[in-house]
Ligand binder design. Sequence first.
Ligand code: AOF
Ligand code: ZN
Length: 366
Amino acid sequence: MTDHPAAAAPRAVASVDDAMAHAVELATRGPSWGPNPRVGCVLLAPSAAGAPERTVLAEGWHRGAGTPHAEAAALAAAREAGVDVRGATAVVTLEPCNHTGRTGPCAVALEQAGVAEVVYAVADPNPVAAGGAEHLASRGVRTELRPTSAATELTHAWATAAAAGRPYVILKTATTLDGRVAAADGSSRWITGPEARTHAHEVRATVDAIAVGTGTVAADDPALTARRPGGGLAAHQPLRVVVGRRDVPPAARLRTEEGGALVHLATHDVTEVLAALAAREVRTLLVEGGPRLATAFLDAGVVDELHAYVAPVLLGAGRGAVGDLGVTTLADAPRWRTHDVRRLGDDVLLTARTHPSPSRPTAQEA
Ligand code: AOF
Ligand code: ZN
């Protein structure tokens, strides 16, 4: 066994659409956290007399910042297997890059390997790396942008962050049916059940950073670690971010318990928070509360996705998940788009986004 990114698969056959679906699956083997996107690539043999089914020559995916890009991994797999890729079609989930960053430009590598055609599903929104398709076309390589909802969804958070130049922000709330996070006496543990909490930990293990306000540190003393159902730490631990001017006490679990690095941002300015995290290459930020921090992020208009865990409990009084947003009439309330609804034990997780959901099949795909 070598630790090679991918094995060549010379006997498999696939259409370009199948290959793209497989490239998405390959991409999901890479980490969802870290500064780089998840990308998959399948190299298909030239088509025999226009037949839709093509031999799969090799495949590759990206394994995290600093490792070969998906296209480079697929080309290396083909080389290692002694497979000729001249005249091949590269099917990639993201437009090949055109820059020398941590690795060399994939557009050049594909062209130099003699690939004749590149089909990609998402245009690269990263201004530093974009332009691969143009470069390939200028060298006589056929290029085609062929979007699929699966590839768009795969790349959604990273691409939104890359285009906005700030982290993709997910706001998590865990409330009663009437939107409350604590009863009148302040008691707040536990509103949602174990399945919802397990899910929330799974989400933590996929993001770059988790943020809470100093008020939540004082009230709940959270550890902000990503834990497995058995209690052990998940392999990936997000950065733990505390926002606000109050100190994090020396005995706080954030300081004493093992987990991601602790970053204290002594500000209430959301723009400053996002800039500081962008500078640390945070692409996905999970904001976990409390209500004051949630309100500040919503007020600033920077929440891209809501994860609303809702328990079938009514309190009738007590603190709400979100404070005053300055909305005085219904027509002024921002309306989100439901992206997904999922039952977790007795609770429900509603995922909503500000942007149209790319995961819904388009009319053509349905
Ligand atoms: C990846 N993996 O498979 C592809 C990427 O930081 P660098 O130098 O590795 O470059 C990252 C950029 O390259 C990234 O922002 C994206 O625009 C482009 N494509 N990146 O990490 C890949 N194909
Ligand atoms: Zn690349």
